[in-house]
Every structure is written in C-alpha cells, then in structure tokens.
Design a protein around this ligand. Structure first.
Ligand SMILES: Nc1ncnc2c1ncn2[C@@H]1O[C@H](COP(=O)(O)OP(=O)(O)OP(=O)(O)O)[C@@H](O)[C@H]1O
Ligand SMILES: [Mg+2]
Length: 409
C-alpha cells in the first residue's frame, strides 16, 4: 500500500456530536466554492445548483444508522479473523448484519472502523458519508450506513459498505498470491472505473473531484465489476469558470498530479493524472514505485518513458504475467491515452468522457483481435481468454487469507 500524504493547513470548525447525523466541515465551502452563487457547470449560468451537503439532507434517510453493539455483533467484536484490509485510516472487517426490517437473509458487509480520530479523520468520515449518501452509480461503492458514537470510551466512527467479493484492483495486479487478471478483464475494470469517474466529473449538478484515484480504491465485485471507494478526500469542484480550488495537498504519493502537489491547485484534471498512473499499472503490472528493481526501473512513470507507445519497444513493458495474451493495438491505444492523461499541462489532459470513449474503442479492438504480437517474431499462441471468473474463483478460495498487498513506501 502506498501511504496517503496529509499536509493540512487546517483549523476547522467542524462539530462532533454523539450518535449524530454527519455534518460536513466548512471546508467544501471555502476555497473555490465560497463566493456568491453557485454556477451550473454545464451552462455557466448562475443557477441554484445545490451543494453536496444540501443534497445530502434530502437523502440522508436512505442511510442506516447502526449502533456500535450491532456492528460488534456483526464482526464478532472486530475479530482479527474477519479483518480483510487495512488502510491509512483504519481497518476493514467482513461482517454480517440483519436486514433493515429484520426479515430475510442476513447481509454480508464490509465494515470500516476508523482509527482513533483526529480532526482530519472525523472530517474525512463526514465527507465519505455525505458524498456516498448522495452519489449513485453502478461504478461507485454503496454505503449502507454508518455508526457514530462519542461515548466514555472515546469517539467511534464506522462505515458499513456492501461487501466486494474480489477486494481491490491493487490486490489483483500486484499480489503474486492472487492469479493474474486477464487482459479483457483489466479493460473492463478500467472502463468501469472511468465511467464512475466521468459521473463524478460530468454527470452531476456539481462537479466532484475524487482526489484519491488509485488501484486500491477500485473495488471488484464477484463478476469483477469495478466500484470506486473512499470518498473521504473528495471535494466539490470550483464554481463558475474557475479552473481549480486551492487546498492543502492530500492524497497518495505516486498518484497525485505534480501541479497539485506543488501548488495545491486542485481540479478534475488532477484526477485525470491519477487515472493515467493506474492505466500504466494495468499495462505493466508494476506499482508506481518498485523499490526492489534496479534504480532505472523503480519509478514507473520514468521507466515507461523509454518505451513510447508507438515504438517497437513498447510491447516490452506489458505485464509479463499476461503471457502475450493481449491486443497490442489496444495496448498502444491505452499507452497513448495514459500519456495524454499524464500531460504536465493540466488543461491539455483529456476529459473523463473522452477517456471513456477511447477505452470503449480499446475494448472493441480487444474483442476483434485477441493475441497480437506484431512487434515480436511470429504470432503468439492463440488466445483462450477464459472467463476471468472461472479462472480466479478457484484460486481466490484456495488463497483465502488476510489480503495485504506487498508493503510499500
Ligand atoms: N467494501 C469492501 N468490500 C471488500 N473489501 C474491502 C471493501 N472496502 C475495503 N476493502 C478492502 O480493504 C482494503 C483496505 O481499504 P482502505 O480503503 O481502508 O485502504 P487503502 O485503500 O488500501 O488505503 P488508503 O487508506 O491509503 O486509502 C482494500 O484494499 C480492500 O482490499
Ligand atoms: Mg481505500
């Protein structure tokens, strides 16, 4: 896991309340969104576009409020055996809750228990509840409810999500104990992730900047459909024709756009950069930083520059675990797309809807051509792109264990 970096100027005015419905700190109304009327992003005209907290107020009843004892019961007191992951902010457990009306089968869920909360932890928890309470898309994780108690034993903040059987894209790309994800599945995953992000950037009355796009935040259901998770760092985009909001840089090193790290100027184009990084992870099967490799190969983005997408050398960077079972035409297209997402000039990067279009084309090309090794000598063996579900299910069951990706910086 790459660590999130958190450099906060902050000083917030957010409140904490026992058993309360979440309230967003004032952060989202500072910086870019504070002045005057909101402006509808599509038309540029002054309108009554609502903020996320406003939309949340209309939808909050859709979320279940759990008591701590319910969630203790669901996880057998947060039993270590039920722990399925750990991130920078807390641990994730598999659990079983009762259906809302008490009737029907128990529901399998993932419960994230935040570590002892600092102010920032609380703020992220609130942001997560409010964004996921409002956003609805097949490629975003479903938040079922939350728990908030400020008892004698301290502050407790938990989140209850639908359970995603195949964990994260990161687990599948980099954990050698997990079978390789076939080419077409990789494309399907990245296309779905792009559709989720296009919804955030372009499909709502407010623009949402995700700010934490990385392979560990792309969760996979039993059919390897992707859903974006972790909205604790999400922000509303700038109002009107402003290009960015200004904020202390937070996110994950290795994925954050350079201009954002350097200046704190945040825009949807910062997400596009992170998307470009993940495109190269998918192509190469390498992490953004691989400390165990020779120095020249350690930084993914530097290394791939030596193998341009339209050169003969390009196929040398493709994940060897794919064993040539990929479409080189589509891979080149994705390499070029990644390069455009990684343009140093933020405004030159494509829009997410354009990314979706190009990936859709790449999916089609992969349907038409199976294995194409046009740079190497002779064709590789015919591709039998077996159903990923068939291939993977067995091995996942065999390797059931606490899934921790290989430790990283
Ligand atoms: N809804 C879920 N269903 C199944 N597994 C999940 C779910 N949410 C999280 N996980 C698992 O828990 C792991 C940890 O998730 P978490 O979001 O806490 O940390 P992270 O994304 O790895 O890192 P960071 O804290 O830097 O974002 C994930 O990589 C995934 O394997
Ligand atoms: Mg995460």
């Amino acid at each position: 896991m790459l660590k999130c970096f958190y450099i906060f100027k902050d000083k917030s005015r957010s409140r904490r309340r026992g058993e309360s419905a979440p309230e967003l700190s004032n952060e989202s109304r500072r910086d870019g969104n504070s002045e005057g009327k909101r402006v509808a992003k599509s038309t540029g005209s002054v309108s009554s576009a609502r903020s996320i907290p406003e939309m949340y107020r209309e939808k909050e009843q859709n979320l279940r409020v759990f008591s701590l004892s319910e969630l203790k019961e669901a996880t057998r007191s947060f039993n270590r055996m039920l722990k399925i992951g750990e991130g920078g902010f807390g641990s994730v457990y598999k659990g079983t809750i009762q259906p809302p009306n008490g009737r029907g089968d128990p529901i399998v869920v993932a419960i994230k228990k935040l570590n002892t909360l600092g102010l920032q932890g609380h703020r992220q928890w609130v942001a997560e509840v409010q964004f996921l309470g409002v956003l609805e898309h097949p490629n975003l994780v479903k938040l079922l409810g939350y728990c908030a108690t400020d008892g004698e034993r301290g502050i407790q903040r938990l989140l209850v999500y639908e359970y995603m059987q195949n964990r994260s894209l990161e687990d599948h790309l980099f954990n050698r104990a997990v079978p390789v994800i076939p080419w077409k599945t990789r494309l399907k995953i990245i296309l779905g992730a792009a559709q989720g992000m296009a919804y955030l950037h372009e499909g709502l009355e407010v623009q949402v900047i995700y700010r934490d796009f990385k392979s560990s935040n792309v969760l996979l259901d039993e059919d390897f459909n992707p859903r974006l998770s972790d909205f604790g760092l999400a922000r509303e985009g700038p109002a009107g024709d402003r290009s960015h909001v200004s904020t202390a840089p937070v996110g994950t090193l290795g994925y954050a756009a350079p201009e954002y790290v350097e200046t704190g100027h945040l825009s949807v184009k910062s997400d596009i950069w992170s998307f470009g990084v993940v495109l190269y992870e998918i192509l190469t099967g390498r992490r953004t930083l691989e400390r165990n490799l020779p120095v020249m190969q350690q930084k993914l983005l530097d290394w791939v520059k030596q193998f341009p997408a339209d050169s003969r050398k390009f196929s040398m960077i493709i994940d060897p675990r794919l064993r040539n079972e990929f479409s080189l035409v589509a891979a080149r297209r994705i390499g070029k797309l990644a390069d455009s997402c990684l343009n140093k000039i933020a405004k030159e990067r494509p829009k997410m809807s354009e990314v979706v279009q190009i990936l859709t084309q790449a999916v089609q090309e992969s349907e038409e051509t199976t294995s194409l090794d046009i740079t190497g000598p002779g064709p590789s063996r015919p591709t039998q792109l077996a159903s990923p579900k068939q291939q993977l299910k067995k091995t996942i069951a065999e390797t059931a264990r606490p899934m921790r990706p290989i430790a990283q910086a």
